[in-house]
Ligand binder design. Structure first.
Ligand SMILES: [Zn+2]
Length: 217
C-alpha cells in the first residue's frame, strides 16, 4: 500500500473564503447523516487511528455543484454551515478544483467529484473508514481500487471511472480503496440508500469474519 498521511490535501485549486455561503437549510440533510456517521465512528478522529488525523467525509449534490464537509472536521460531533463548503467546478485530469465556503473542502473532494461525474443520478457520496469492511473486501467480493492508487489523486479519479465501466455500477453502490487504509465509499440516489448499503455491508463483514473465526476454532 502507498504510504500516506490521512487528511493531506493533494489537489490544487482556488478556495474563496465566504463565511455566509451556506445556510442551515442548505446543510440540514447532509448534516443529519454526517452526525449519525460520526456517532458510529465511521467518520471521526481518534488519537490511535491514522496518526490522529480526522477521517471520513460526506458530500451531497447541490444545484450544479456539490456540498462537502470541510477539511479536518472529524473531531467535531456536530457540524454547522461553517464546516461545509461548495465545490463549484473541478478538473479531474488536472487534479484541480475550485470551492467556496467558510472552510476548505475535504482532502478527498476530488474522489467525490469523480463519483458524481459517472452518473447524474448519484446525489450523495459517503467516504467512511472501517477496518472490518476494508479487510473483508475480497471475502465479500466488493469492488475496489488497487492498493497502488492513493486517495485524492488523478489516478484515483481514473480508477473510479474504470470501476464503473468494469462493474456496470448502478446508482447505489459501495467499493473499497485498497490504497487507503480502511477507506470505503458508498454512494446513492439518496443518503438513506447509501447509508443502509454501508451498514448492511458492515454487518456482512462482521458475519463473514465471525464465520471464518468459528470455522478455525
Ligand atoms: Zn479517507
Amino acid at each position: 500500500m502507498v504510504q500516506e498521511i490521512e487528511g493531506v490535501i493533494k489537489y490544487h485549486g482556488h478556495h474563496t473564503h465566504c463565511s455566509s455561503h451556506l445556510t442551515h437549510d442548505d446543510i440540514n440533510l447532509i448534516n443529519h447523516w454526517r452526525n449519525l456517521l460520526h456517532s458510529l465512528q465511521l467518520i471521526g478522529q481518534h488519537p490511535s487511528r491514522y496518526a490522529g488525523y480526522g477521517y471520513g467525509n460526506i458530500s451531497q449534490r447541490h444545484a450544479q455543484h456539490f456540498i462537502i464537509s470541510g477539511s479536518q472536521t472529524g473531531h467535531l460531533a456536530t457540524l454547522t454551515p461553517q464546516h461545509y463548503c461548495s465545490v463549484t467546478d473541478n478538473d479531474l485530469t488536472a487534479n484541480s478544483l475550485n470551492s467556496i465556503g467558510a472552510c476548505k473542502p475535504s482532502s478527498e473532494a476530488l474522489t467525490h467529484a469523480s463519483v458524481y461525474a459517472q452518473n447524474p443520478n448519484i446525489n450523495c457520496v459517503i467516504h467512511a473508514h472501517n477496518p472490518e469492511i476494508w479487510q473483508a473486501t475480497h471475502r465479500l467480493k466488493l469492488p475496489f481500487t488497487d492498493k497502488e492508487i492513493a486517495y485524492g489523486t488523478p489516478e484515483m479519479a481514473t480508477a473510479v471511472s474504470q470501476l464503473f465501466s468494469d462493474h456496470a455500477f448502478t446508482s447505489n453502490e459501495i467499493f473499497t480503496m485498497r490504497g487507503h487504509e480502511d477507506g470505503v465509499i458508498a454512494y446513492g440516489t439518496n443518503f438513506s440508500d447509501a447509508f443502509h448499503l454501508l451498514i448492511d455491508t458492515l454487518i456482512n463483514s462482521q458475519l463473514i469474519t465471525a464465520a471464518s473465526t468459528n470455522h478455525r476454532a
